[in-house]
Write a protein that binds this ligand. Structure first.
Ligand code: M6R
Length: 607
């Protein structure tokens, strides 16, 4: 969740560390800080809140020094105050940490009993003190780190800076990502390739338990047994260009509008339109042997998985289990031979999903990963890697990654159906044709942006909002509610429309906008009946449907949003657009921070 950068440089590092943090701000923006060594002393600047506050600090009091570490924080232990902001300093050691030290309490008690004074409420500060204590007892930085690392439980990526050893930084990882970067006469550490992209394209990913001594002209990596190891140096391919908003007001808005293009790009890798065939990247196992699919993901990616469950069962007739990743490992799921475990993630770094993936591997499952960041940890651990080609998603609210996930999952469902002999050539050709229609249908949906912006005033004043759908539109209702919650801070719930009468309908009054997703098709009439039950109780309905659906059921709604008439297979891709736009315009009307909503981070690398 937090972002880390470190530079052992030949010239001043503060500005470059700050630029690295800018590229990592998606990991957290509760506070930020930089520490360098100048004339044998630590110099540190920290600020609460967004990076612009740290930039102000650096303008008032610039930082010098050619070695330093930097951090952008998503708070776990301790409020997002300056005192809790990283880097933390304990005597001769400064440190930045991403992750959670689960045994920090006994370690802190031990250090307190030893007379050490803590200046923050964080779990991270204990690590600085442990290493500082070893150094004060005469250990070298390398020996101190090697002694302390085995004592830490939990997940971490850490960078250490040493006041008396200004020629090195030590980085360590366990359960959180960390890369080392190779430069010309200087070397780097970073949470990901993106952070280091303007500095170098030559990087190595540290493996679990690795730690690395980074000096100007060499990097020595050790494994968890403290044995020197080499890790492959790769060309990161991460773009050093800062992603711009162009003419859009927010990244989220830009990303919503990019969807027809990136979905089309994604589909290019998964369908052969002229042959009427679906396709998958190369892999070496036989899909026809898959007898169960277990889908695991978090947040929006989980809702993409929920939609996919309908497709896998309908097309391939393969039973599907689906779990949120944070629950999966802890319910002792039964994972039998022949199972395909499918993990869906934009970032490929979500700690809950990654831990679930490793658990499924231990249980003998074949691992498929649908992921947007091709260099991510999940991508590197997949047997079957299914990249989405959404391009970098900057807005914290996931939009284009979601619809690209849906495109890949639909193609995967069709591939599975073909492999299992449950789909004729004709049916496959039809699926390909419908998938090919999705980008244009999404374009048409985007054409209703102005109407949707008008309707935002019906939702913005509400305290609670309900979203209803049936079948694959039920997860879309959940996704609509999540989008609204996270960027407008309005309480919203998604319900299966038919479930309303079993309790939630008690919530309905004329203050609760109810957004109904009802494409005309097999479930339309039933959804509309549920909608009428809500309307009869005073609910203010915003109906999202196609012209046919609106003609049949639009009367009496406070607003309607017209979608193109599409095949049910691609309806989730198309109906994603209005729910995203509605959440976006409500957030704009409320004046919230659309791209960096409070309390959130783009990549959630703590469990
Ligand atoms: O990177 P991932 O797809 O694994 O992230 C999962 C969730 O954290 C993510 O979808 C989150 O719910 C988004 N903010 C939703 O917009």
């Amino acid at each position: 969740m937090c972002g880390i950068v470190g530079i052992v440089g030949r010239e001043a590092v503060a500005q470059r560390l700050f630029d690295g943090l800018k590229r990592l701000e998606y990991r957290g923006y509760d506070s930020a800080g930089i520490c360098t060594v100048q004339n044998g002393e630590f110099e540190r600047r920290r600020a609460e809140g967004k990076l612009e506050n740290l930039a102000r600090e650096l303008t008032v009091e610039p930082l010098y020094g050619d070695v330093g570490i930097a951090h952008t924080r998503w708070a776990t232990h301790g409020a997002p105050t300056v005192d809790n902001a990283h880097p933390h300093i304990a005597g001769p050691v400064a440190l930045v940490h991403n992750g959670i030290i689960e045994n920090f309490k006994p370690l802190r008690d031990e250090l307190l009993a030893d007379g050490r004074k803590f200046l923050s409420e964080t779990d991270s500060e204990v690590v600085a003190h442990l290493v500082a204590r070893e150094i004060e007892r005469g250990a070298s930085p390398t020996d101190a780190v090697a002694t302390v690392l085995p004592r830490l439980h939990g997940a971490f990526a850490i960078a250490f800076l040493f006041k008396d050893y200004p020629d090195q930084i030590i980085g360590a990882r366990m359960g959180a990502p960390l890369t080392v970067g190779y430069g010309q006469g200087e070397n780097y550490l970073g949470s990901d390739a993106l952070a280091l992209a303007p500095l170098t394209q030559k990087i190595a990913y540290l493996e679990e338990g690795d730690w690395a001594v980074v000096e100007r002209d060499r990097i020595q990596i050790y494994d968890r047994a403290n044995q020197p190891v080499t890790r492959v140096i790769v060309e990161s391919g991460a773009s050093s260009a800062r992603i711009e908003k162009g003419n859009y007001r927010h990244y989220m808005q830009k990303e919503i509008f990019e969807q027809p293009i990136v979905v089309a790009q994604t589909l290019q890798s998964y369908v052969r339109p002229f042959e009427g065939k679906v396709a998958l990247p190369d892999f070496d196992f036989d899909l026809s042997t898959v007898n169960r699919v277990t889908i695991v993901a978090c947040g929006t990616s989980f809702y993409a998985g929920m939609v996919a469950k309908y497709w896998f069962e309908q097309f391939a007739r393969v039973p599907v289990d689906i779990d949120v990743a944070s629950e999966f490992r802890y319910r002792q799921p039964v994972l039998e031979p022949g199972g395909l475990a499918l993990f869906i993630s934009q970032s490929g770094e979500t700690a809950d999903t990654l831990a679930a993936l490793r658990h499924a591997r231990e249980e003998g499952q074949v691992i498929a990963v649908v992921v947007n960041v091709p260099t991510s940890s999940m991508a590197r651990e997949a047997d079957l890697l299914l990249p989405t080609h959404a391009g970098p998603e900057i807005g914290v609210a996931s939009t284009k990654a979601f619809t690209c996930q849906l495109a890949v999952l639909a193609a995967l469902a069709a591939n599975l159906a073909r492999a299992k002999g449950r789909m004729s050539e004709e049916e496959e050709r039809e699926i390909v044709a419908h998938l090919q229609e999705a980008p244009e249908a999404m374009n048409l949906a985007l054409g209703h942006d102005d109407d949707i912006a008008q309707h935002a005033h019906l939702v913005a004043p509400a305290r609670d909002v309900l979203y209803l759908g049936r079948g694959p539109d039920y997860p879309m209702a959940l996704e609509g509610a999540l989008k609204l919650k996270e960027i407008s801070y309005i309480h919203a719930e998604g319900y299966a429309a038919g479930e309303m009468k079993h309790g939630p309908i008690a919530l309905i009054d004329d203050l609760v906008p109810v957004i109904v997703l009802a494409p005309s098709g097999p479930l339309f009439e039933k959804t509309v009946s549920n909608m009428q039950e809500v309307r009869a109780r005073g609910g203010k309905i915003i109906l999202i449907s196609d012209a046919k659906g609106l003609a049949e059921a639009g009367d009496g709604c406070v607003a309607t949003i017209e979608m193109p008439e599409v095949h049910p297979l691609i309806a989730p891709l198309v109906y994603a657009v209005p729910v995203q736009l509605l959440a976006y315009h409500v957030a704009v009307a409320k004046g919230t921070d659309v791209d960096q909503p409070r309390n959130l981070a783009k990549s959630v690398t703590v469990e």
